[in-house]
Design a protein around this ligand. Structure first.
Ligand code: NAG
Length: 301
């Protein structure tokens, strides 16, 4: 029996030899009553360990017995029972932790620790690996952070106008929802990881303002998990699209009239010119006839 145990221990220490590291964010904001997701990764440079032999634990930095997350739920602190979940897949070296219904005193620091269990009876081996130097502190926020609005200064009547509302949060498992006080708004939503456990939700609203929308208040509201809300408001300034019709129409009319009048004058002048020269020609023949006649008269003595 003793030999058997010794052999097992030898086997386990063989398996566990290698470097263990963990990456946990040092500090993360947590909105009270909402949830927080603490990103965590660990790695082992030695033999590949099967996930079935790994047990994850998150505990208070004060003591390893103050567990806030563990496989055996009975060993979790009462104040954390039902509030913690391992979102990460241990087989993928992911030890990401979710805490829901964040309470005032959930500051931590909380530390990640992984145990190697025996295949035979699922009991922790003597070789336990602790990353107590990698702990996270939660910074409590009692109020939801307000969203930020970005947009161009002025909107033009009848031209599409884009407003972006963005809010930062630390609960990607229950993303805040963004709404606008605009009827039939179809906003585009983006969600992105901005690192160190922080995420940003963006809602991009496009409207086509009308004249009556000038000085209208546009509000974007963010509703967080746990129902805390925050909002931001902007005033819409709509410039009327510039209309030159009151200048263009009379100008066109005046120029058009002048052109038509000019053409008529030229045509008239031409017509009269030819008529005058015709008359002059007729006059000429008359004169000729008269002079011929006078010559004949003069010849008769
Ligand atoms: C770890 O798991 C979380 C929750 O499933 C996931 O969002 C995250 O992308 C994972 N991290 C990595 C590095 O795969």
């Amino acid at each position: 029996m003793l030999m058997h145990l010794l052999l097992l221990t030898a086997f386990c220490s063989h398996v566990s030899s290698g470097e263990w590291t963990a990456h946990v964010v040092e500090s993360i904001d947590a909105l009270m009553s909402s949830c927080v997701v603490v990103p965590c990764r660990f790695s082992h440079t030695g033999a590949n360990l099967p996930a079935s032999r790994l047990r994850a634990m998150w505990h208070h930095s004060d003591s390893r017995d103050q567990r806030i997350y563990y496989d055996d739920k009975t060993m979790i602190l009462d104040s954390f029972k039902g509030r913690t979940r391992l979102l990460g897949d241990l087989g993928n070296s992911n030890c990401t932790l979710e805490i829901i219904n964040v309470r005032n005193h959930d500051n931590g620091p909380f530390c990640f620790r992984v145990e190697l269990v025996r295949r035979e009876d699922n009991k922790p081996t003597k070789d336990m690996f602790s990353f107590v130097e990698k702990c996270v502190t939660l910074k409590m926020l009692s109020d939801a952070p307000p969203p930020t609005l970005t947009h161009q200064k002025t909107a033009y009547q009848g031209q599409s106008f884009t407003i972006t509302c963005a809010v930062i949060h630390t609960c990607p498992s229950h993303v805040p929802t963004i709404t606008w006080n605009v009827e039939k708004s179809n906003a585009i939503v983006h969600h992105k990881d901005i690192r160190h456990g922080n995420w940003e939700v963006q809602s991009i609203l496009t409207i086509i303002p009308e004249e009556k929308d000038d000085h209208r208040e546009i509000t974007c509201s963010a509703k967080f998990n746990g129902l805390k809300t925050s909002f931001q408001t902007m005033t819409l300034y709509v410039k009327r699209s510039v209309n030159y019709n009151h200048i263009i129409v009379p100008t066109v009319v005046v120029i058009g009239t002048a052109v038509i009048f000019g053409i008529v004058c030229i045509l008239m002048a031409r017509k009269y010119k030819s008529r005058i020269s015709e008359l002059q020609n007729q006059e000429g023949t008359m004169w000729n006839r008269l002079s011929k006649m006078s010559r004949r008269i003069q010849r008769k003595p």
